[in-house]
Write a new protein. Structure first.
Length: 328
């Protein structure tokens, strides 16, 4: 059941419960998330691994049927065009937001042709997320990998761990009810609940409106396993390596709660309220209550707690990410 659609940077997020229930999770319960906003792109060909190695920030050599990698596709200036998960299950597949699928496929196509690799959208698999807090409660009828970055698969599903009790599973359409049997209605959540959990764990997303905006180090990809500094060349590698080894980093990714009468816009610049000095950028956000939002920002290591956003006069106080929304 859909209890509401929430638009963030023109991307629709669905809630299966009233907002504050959608983003509240009992630490003794398990949850399943319906993720129709994720797409799967198959990369086929004898040189698929070599092709991906030259395109993505992660080390494709580390990917096996039992391990996966999170990676980024960047442009030549080292700015992020897409964040995606890479798995080796019945061949290599990229898991990424559906609204970035066409642009990502198009940007890879020319190089794929030169590498004799084909790219094909796979519509046979449907994506689900899991939050597994309690192994004694209802579990999906599939193997959950024990370690972050590990994967488990059968003919009709592939499941991989993101750490922090979070998992993604790709399941064949006709087997969905079998693997999800046993979860009650309150345990089913939508894309909004999953997005909220991702932000709490400092995993942001790239929107069509923020493609090509952020440098990898500005959103801490180097701290989250997205970037290999041991591999050879890939698109944007020169900029990323120079930033890592020679630049003095000034920003980090942080997550806060804010109260605002307007939805924060990803990509907006962030200013010190007192001096109007630019101190960062808003990367991502998610509603969590009435006029209450979880935001992820790339911000100076030393920063003010009261800020303003680009094109907004309202001041925002940066509060703890775990703060519960005030009751109105």
């Amino acid at each position: 059941m859909n209890h509401g659609t929430y638009i963030i940077a023109n991307r629709s997020y669905q809630a299966r419960h009233p907002l504050e229930d959608e983003v509240h999770f009992d630490t003794a319960e398990n949850y399943v998330f319906h993720l129709p906003d994720l797409a799967v792109l198959a990369v086929k060909g004898a040189k698929a691994a070599d092709f991906l190695q030259g395109q993505l920030t992660c080390d494709v050599r580390l990917i096996t049927p039992s391990t996966m990698q999170r990676g980024a596709l960047c442009n030549l200036k080292g700015r992020i065009m897409a964040l995606l998960d890479v798995i080796d299950w019945q061949g290599y597949h990229l898991v990424l937001p559906k609204d970035l699928l066409d642009e990502t496929k198009n940007s890879l196509t020319k190089a794929a042709m030169l590498s004799r690799v084909t790219l094909q959208v796979n519509t046979d698999w449907h994506a689900f997320g899991f939050l597994i807090n309690n192994s004694s409660e209802t579990l999906p009828r599939l193997t959950l990998p024990e370690e972050s970055g590990h994967a488990a698969a059968a003919e009709d599903y592939c499941c991989y761990s993101l750490g922090n009790n979070l998992f993604i599973a790709l399941i064949r359409q006709d087997r969905i009810s079998h693997y999800l049997d046993g979860f009650s209605a309150p345990q089913h959540r939508g894309t909004l609940g999953w997005h909220y959990l991702q932000l709490l764990n400092r995993h942001v997303t790239i929107y069509p409106e923020t493609r090509g905006l952020f440098l990898a180090h500005r959103i801490d990809l180097h701290k989250q396993g997205y970037i290999s500094f041991e591999k050879g060349c890939y698109k944007g590698q020169e900029i990323i390596a120079r930033t890592h080894y020679k630049a003095k980093l000034k920003h980090e990714l942080k997550v806060f709660t804010v109260y605002s009468g307007r939805l924060p816009v990803p990509g907006s610049r962030l200013f010190n309220e007192g001096t109007q000095q630019e101190i960062g950028e808003l990367v991502d956000c998610c509603p969590k209550g009435s006029d209450c939002y979880l935001i992820a920002v790339s911000i100076h290591f030393e920063h003010a707690q009261v800020v303003t956003l680009e094109n907004q006069s309202e001041t925002l106080t940066l509060l703890d990410a775990w703060e519960n929304p005030k009751k109105h």
